[in-house]
Design a protein around this ligand. Structure first.
Ligand code: IMP
Ligand code: MG
Length: 177
C-alpha cells in the first residue's frame, strides 16, 4: 500500500493538532446549543471519530451516505443511499465531510436538509480544495487547505482503497493508469 504513495502531504501529528483545534473551536461556538453532527459516509469516518473526542459540549450524531454522479451528468445530482435517523427540526446541524472539492455534494445536502427546518447548518471539513469549487459553498471549519491533487488516507479512498492510511498522501500517477 505505502509503495503507491508519492508523498506524505499531511502527517499524523499535523492532523492530530489541527483536528483538536477545530474541536475546541466548535466547542466554544456551540456551548449550550446541543449540536447534531452529521457525518457524510464513508470518507468522514476517521475524521469524525477523532473530531468528536475533542468536542466537549453535549451533542448527538448521525450519518448519511450519498453517491454523486460526477462525470456522468451535468446536473450535479446526488443519490441518497442512507438518510438520517434523527429528527433535525430546530437543531443546530454540523455537516462533517472529508474533503470539499467541487462542493456539489455538500451544496446538494445542505439544500436537501434545510427543508427540514434545522435551526442552523454549518460545514466542518478535514480538507478544502478551493481551486476546484463549482458550487457556491464554503467551509465554516476546515483543518487544511490542499492543492489540486488527488489525496488518499485518513478515511479518503481511491477505488475504496487506502482509507486505512494514518496520514494524508498523494497517490503516484501510475496508480491511476
Ligand atoms: P464534491 O461534490 O466535488 O465536493 O465531492 C466531494 C467528494 O469527492 C468527497 O467527499 C470525496 O469523497 C471525493 N473526493 C474529492 N476529492 C478527493 C480526493 O482528492 N481524494 C479522495 N476523494 C476525493
Ligand atoms: Mg466523501
Amino acid at each position: 500500500m505505502e509503495q503507491d504513495i508519492q508523498e506524505v502531504l499531511i502527517s499524523e501529528e499535523e492532523i492530530e493538532r489541527h483536528v483538536a483545534e477545530i474541536g475546541r473551536q466548535i466547542s466554544r461556538d456551540y456551548a449550550d446549543k446541543n449540536p447534531i453532527f452529521v457525518g457524510v459516509l464513508k470518507g468522514c469516518f476517521i475524521f469524525m471519530a477523532d473530531l468528536m473526542r475533542h468536542v466537549t459540549v453535549n451533542c448527538t450524531m448521525d450519518f448519511m451516505s450519498v453517491s454523486s454522479y460526477r462525470g456522468t451528468t451535468s446536473t450535479g445530482a446526488v443519490k441518497i443511499n442512507k438518510d438520517l435517523n434523527e429528527d433535525i427540526e430546530g437543531r443546530h446541524l454540523i455537516l462533517v465531510e472529508d474533503i470539499l472539492d467541487s462542493g456539489v455534494t455538500l451544496n446538494y445536502l445542505k439544500n436537501y436538509l434545510s427543508v427540514r427546518r434545522p435551526a442552523s447548518i454549518r460545514v466542518a471539513t478535514l480538507m478544502d480544495k478551493p481551486a476546484r469549487r463549482k458550487a457556491d459553498i464554503y467551509a465554516d471549519y476546515s483543518c487544511f487547505e490542499v492543492p489540486d491533487a488527488f489525496v488518499v488516507g485518513y478515511g479518503l479512498d481511491y477505488n475504496e482503497n487506502y482509507r486505512n492510511l494514518p496520514y494524508i498522501g498523494i497517490l503516484k500517477p501510475e496508480v491511476y493508469e
